[in-house]
Design a protein around this ligand. Structure first.
Ligand code: ATP
Ligand code: MG
Ligand code: MG
Ligand code: MG
Length: 564
């Protein structure tokens, strides 16, 4: 590819609204252009990166036995009403009406659509298991789109859905997908960790997230450095990431009397994460009866639902939803506008909080009764919520550490969560009708590009791995327009590399050498060959890897072989 024919549009400075290095660099390198909040165009240079990620994902999905299809992005409301998510999903679901006044949404995910296909197409155990995937555009009306393509509203996801006769078969495919995800992230050269996870609004039982490790990540992960034990704490912004139990205890003793009058202020005060987040909150209400409750904050709905109440033995009386409502004078189903006196303390763990308040009087049964731990994976998440950095790891092999991550993939054992309401049934060997077991598996294809740049950059720009780079090699001629010698050598090398199937960019733009060199670094192209008259006189060109401190002179005759 020749740069003059291609499209390069780099900026010296990043637009002010970009906070993270990856967002700044993607804008500066001209990989993406902002259209509106959370909406980005993939420019030619960026699209090449996106397509490379997509290709690796597609290859590994095919290899793992998943079959590609493509479903519509616009989906009829009826299916979502059937699954119950039309109500449940909240404002993240972009709803619209067609000319006949029928309700539709722009798909944030495709469980309903794929289940509708399968219930119509598959009816016998003989046709199972099946695993389908697509690479497609999703829309989620995120409350706070930010970080460019990392938390966009429109984004590209690879989503796969598997259907089974029984749980064992589901687990087998789940494990296969888990392995395929490891392959994808390894091939892309990402430092990542698979962590036990909550199932959020997708639902189901067992679940793992794939987290690219980065300090800027929105997720907080507790892990054991001496084993592969890791789980998402889902409390990204509650306390400083490393805050140990002592800090939480100190917070306990501080009497905070915030000027909290509305739900919005409460959400703000508690720093409830913008996603649905479970927190424990101790409230000393007017009634002098401290209440420990689980709060599910839903920023989109701008409300805090006290759905799950942790029962605590004396001296705290068991809090019931009614007691909470009474204490706050709130409406059923939400806390409503609250005006209260007293202190509110948010902590990352229910049990740690309960321990601090009532010593060893934690009522584990009640904690289970709040529905933690429906199966091992969830129990694992619940366990991990109960510990902070420095505590012994549940694996027994070391102490826990905390780090931050960017969620780039998520696998779920959905079980029959969708099959049952949507009547996705099959006939088993004995002619009995049974609901299918189901799994689903998502990868944030476009988010990966941002996450990779968070991990791969320096002061000069992006540092791409070969697997993701828009071009593998850039040829920078010193004076393409004025030196016949340089032009001929650059053209020759370009054609030679292209013939070898190498993604090569010849930067033949009429720009100063300094601009060309700076752009090649900003764009993160892993291998650079500089061709100048002086070098050519000695039969040499200069090779420099993007991470190399300096260039190496290489014989013109050797350079193609060197880059192979
Ligand atoms: P998050 O916790 O970051 O909001 P999620 O848990 O809501 O993500 P999933 O429903 O698990 O997302 O979707 C599968 C994958 O899609 C995620 O692992 C992530 O990589 C990607 N993804 C989700 N939301 C976005 C977004 N707003 N922008 C870009 N990628 C996203
Ligand atoms: Mg989300
Ligand atoms: Mg998540
Ligand atoms: Mg997720």
């Amino acid at each position: 590819m020749r740069a003059a024919q291609f499209f390069i549009s780099t900026l010296k400075e990043a637009p002010a609204e970009a906070e993270l290095p990856s967002h700044k660099l993607m804008l500066r390198a001209g990989l993406i252009k902002r259209l509106a909040s959370g909406l980005y165009s993939w420019m030619p240079m960026g699209l090449r990166v996106l397509r490379k990620v997509e290709a690796v994902v597609r290859e590994e999905m095919n290899r793992a036995g998943s079959v590609e299809l493509l479903m519509p992005s616009v989906q009829p409301a009826e299916l979502w009403q059937e699954s119950g998510r039309w109500e449940f999903y909240g404002k993240e679901l972009l709803r619209m009406k067609d000319r006949h006044d029928r309700d539709f949404c722009y798909g944030p995910t495709h469980e309903e659509v794929v289940t509708d296909i399968v219930r119509k197409e598959i009816n016998s155990y003989k046709q199972l298991p099946k695993n389908f995937f697509q690479v497609q555009t999703k829309f989620r009306d995120e409350v706070r789109p930010r970080f460019g393509v990392m938390r966009a509203r429109e984004f590209v996801m690879k989503d796969a859905y598997s259907f089974h006769t029984d749980f064992d078969s589901l687990v087998e495919t789940y494990n296969g997908m888990y392995q395929a995800y490891c392959n994808v992230f390894n091939r892309l050269g990402l430092k990542f960790r698979a962590v036990a996870a909550d199932t959020g609004s997708i639902g189901g039982t067992g679940s793992h997230e794939f987290q690219v490790l980065a300090d800027s990540g929105e997720d907080l992960i507790a892990y054991c450095p001496d084993s592969d034990y890791a789980a998402n704490i889902e409390l990204a912004e509650a306390l400083a990431p490393a805050a140990p139990r002592a800090a939480a205890t100190a917070a306990m003793q501080t009497v905070v009397t915030p000027n909290v009058k509305t739900i919005a202020q409460l959400v703000d005060f508690l720093k409830v994460d913008i996603r649905q987040t479970v927190k424990a909150v101790v409230v000393e209400s007017d009634t002098d009866e401290p209440v420990l409750m689980m709060v599910r904050g839903d920023h989109e709905l701008n409300e805090v639902k006290a759905e799950k109440i942790a029962g605590i033995k004396k001296p705290l009386t068991m809090a019931t939803p009614a007691a909470i409502r009474d204490a706050f004078g709130a409406q059923p189903g939400s806390l409503g506008p609250v005006g209260f006196k007293g202190r509110v303390i948010a902590d990352r763990t229910v049990a740690a909080m309960a321990d601090m308040v009532v010593g060893a009087n934690r009522d584990d049964e009640h904690l289970t009764g709040v529905n933690f731990g429906r199966d091992c994976a969830e129990a694992e998440v619940a366990d991990i919520r109960n510990v902070v950095a420095g505590d012994p790891s549940p694996c027994g092999k070391g102490t826990l550490a905390l780090c931050r991550g960017i969620e780039v993939g998520h696998v779920f054992q959905l079980r029959t969560k969708y099959a049952e309401p949507l009547s996705c049934n099959y006939l088993d060997r004995d002619g009995k009708l049974k609901p299918m077991e189901m799994g689903c598996y998502g990868i944030g294809v476009s988010r990966i590009v941002g996450a990779a740049i968070e991990q791969g950059h320096d002061e000069r720009g992006i540092v791409f791995t070969d697997a993701m780079a828009p071009f593998t090699v850039v040829i920078v001629p010193m004076g393409y327009g004025r030196s016949e010698l340089v032009r001929a050598a650059a053209d020759k090398l370009h054609d030679e590399l292209a013939a070898l199937g190498i993604d090569v960019l010849l930067d033949d733009r009429d720009e100063r050498p300094g601009v060309l060199l700076a752009d090649s670094e900003l764009l993160g192209i892993p291998h650079r060959v500089v061709i100048g008259e002086r070098g050519l006189a000695d039969g040499k060109v200069e090779y420099q890897g993007r991470r190399d401190a300096s260039a190496t002179a290489i014989d013109v005759a050797q350079i193609a072989a060197h880059l192979r």
